[in-house]
Ligand binder design. Structure first.
Ligand code: FAD
Ligand code: SF4
Length: 508
């Protein structure tokens, strides 16, 4: 029968399973821009612009290939509401789509089909290495979910960096200990910049539209430089493997002022919009490894992010939704400080990480985890507020990847279902991994008092408060052992100072 094929804004793959048996004579594609989606959280202008520009470029490709397309621009309704109207108008009886990445949308589309008595085909998202079913099988009967075991299985199943017998190339699965260096004391030196893209007329129109319509939204469009088409995404990939991959591993965790991208790939948005396939990303990386004789540690470290973490968090998201969005293990309830939206804080590390986030819609993993994430956990912010911020502010943020990283990894909101410990650190960690503290009005080693680093104060306060939990695990016992070296008097001062900070977070 005549099919309507729905293509969502993060499903921009011309080889999508949704188009596989498309009959151009009778079937139709529908794409919907929804103003409500952009306002669902208070999204960064660059995130809105990226989605719209990529969708419009994809629509252009579909039209060039003669797909009959209904493209709904700037609908004031939600995606599903707009879809409903279209289905009723065109008397559609058969709807095809790829399973949405976002749990909410999947439920809503299924409900709509039921309500309108449609034949609904939700096809597997073949973009990913691991299907939901395969992940559920892996997860069955496990009490603890750890990336490492999942990742090893993925390496073996897909024969990536393994020998004939399925053993890891280089004799070990993980080279993380080679990958955690700060930049040299003098700074990062010259870093090959990321690829840059011309703003064509489609993107220019979108940028002008977003600038006019979403004026009050956070972030800037001045530095907009995201790949918005398949060609640009391929260029971004080629550029990364040729110039930037060589130093990816070693400086993966390093931070430095005015160094927003480091040696990172900046491929997450292209991957998440499905402009790039993870298989081709891994193939290019393996090819570059041979071509440029790169370190195995860099190559393995990068592949672990794509084949390991990216697939793992997606599996956990679908396994744990909708609970994942509600979990609040520590029962935190504070509001997110206002400066998360402006970057106007005296803490140099937060100012830099948030500042570049507002400029580009980007911060790298350690900035997200150990700067903004760590602070939000130590400052006892309500997980929902933090998750909404991450979902709004990063161009690569789609709930299936944002939520497990924020709620699960950064905030420990699910009580450690897939992490072995809360990721907390004091100012000492930030001092070791960056130069942020050099220009800060606070001192990372001071634990209380006017010049004390708020992160350090809140870190010790957190440990004091949750001493029993940290003492109970061999993985965190060293932290409480260090706490026990601080005199009781000083501990009392820390708690007192922390209380003042926590009641005045907006003033920091
Ligand atoms: P690189 O460092 O070059 O890594 C290569 C690729 O590996 C990335 O493009 C990404 O696709 C994948 N990857 C790396 N780490 C992870 C991870 N932890 N989970 C899933 N994929 C990973 N990533 C998103 O794509 N969207 C998000 O909304 C998002 N939110 C995050 C929130 C928090 C609190 C944290 C700690 C991490 C979050 N991440 C998210 C993961 C990671 O920070 C980004 O994928 C990465 O910074 C993107 O930059 P890059 O492409 O330069 O990555
Ligand atoms: Fe951040 Fe503390 Fe260092 Fe300032 S002193 S940059 S607040 S870690």
């Amino acid at each position: 029968s005549k099919k309507l094929v729905l293509i969502l804004g993060d499903q921009l793959d011309i080889n999508s399973a949704a188009l596989r048996d498309f009959d151009q004579k009778v079937d139709r594609v529908i794409m919907i821009e929804s103003v409500q989606e952009a306002q669902y959280v208070w999204s960064h202008k660059a995130k809105i612009a990226l989605f719209l520009a990529a969708m419009r470029h994809f629509a252009h490709t579909l039209e060039k290939l003669h797909y009959p397309l209904t493209y709904i621009k700037e609908s004031p309704f939600s995606i599903v509401e707009t879809l409903r109207q279209q289905i009723l108008e065109d008397r559609v009886t058969h709807l095809v789509c790829i399973t949405p990445g976002e749990w909410r949308l999947k439920q809503e589309i299924a409900l709509l089909a039921q309500e309108l008595d449609l034949r609904l085909e939700m096809r597997e998202d073949e973009h990913f290495f691991c299907s939901h079913q395969e992940f559920e099988l892996w997860a069955a009967n496990r009490k603890e979910f750890r990336l490492e075991y999942f990742y090893r299985q993925m390496r073996k199943t897909h024969r990536i960096l393994v020998d004939e017998e399925g053993n890891p190339i280089g004799g070990q699965w993980n080279f993380d200990q080679d990958n955690r260096k700060p930049y040299p004391k003098k700074g990062p030196g010259i870093i090959d910049p990321p690829a840059s893209f011309e703003i064509d007329c489609i993107t220019k129109e979108v940028i002008d539209y977003v600038e006019a319509t979403y004026q009050d939204h956070p972030g800037s469009l001045l530095a907009f430089n995201w790949p918005v088409s398949r060609d640009q995404a391929l260029e971004a990939l080629a550029y990364f493997v040729d110039y930037r991959l060589r130093n990816f591993g070693v400086y993966q965790d390093a931070m430095w002022t005015d160094t927003p991208f480091g040696w990172h790939s900046i491929l997450s948005s292209a991957l998440n919009l499905k402009l790039l396939n993870p298989r081709e990303v891994i193939a290019s990386v393996l090819e570059a490894w041979k071509k440029y004789t790169l370190d195995l540690a860099t190559v393995e470290g990068f592949i672990r992010q794509i084949l390991g973490w990216r697939e793992f968090v997606r599996g956990m998201y679908y396994l744990d939704m909708p609970k994942m969005a509600q979990d609040n293990y520590y029962e935190h309830s504070r509001a997110l400080p206002n400066w998360y939206w402006t970057g106007e804080t005296g803490m140099s590390c937060m100012r830099d990480a948030i500042g570049q986030t507002l400029r580009y819609g980007y911060a790298h993993h350690i900035q997200r985890l150990m700067v903004t994430g760590n602070f939000a956990l130590l400052a006892e912010i309500l997980p929902k507020e933090v998750c909404d911020w991450y979902l709004a502010i990063y161009v690569d943020a789609i709930e299936w990847v944002e939520l497990p990283n924020t709620a699960g990894m950064a905030l420990f909101a699910n009580g450690g279902r897939f992490t072995s410990k809360p990721y907390i650190a004091s100012g000492a960690y930030i001092k070791r991994m960056s130069n942020y503290c050099n220009t800060c009005k606070y001192k990372p080693d001071i634990r209380f008092g006017e010049t004390a680093c708020p992160i350090t104060t809140l870190y010790w306060n957190f440990l004091i408060k949750h001493r029993a939990q940290f003492e109970a695990s061999p993985r965190t016992r060293l932290m409480t052992a260090n706490l026990n070296k601080i005199s009781q008097e000083d501990q009392d001062q820390i708690v007192l100072h922390a209380q003042q900070l926590l009641h005045n977070l907006d003033q920091l």
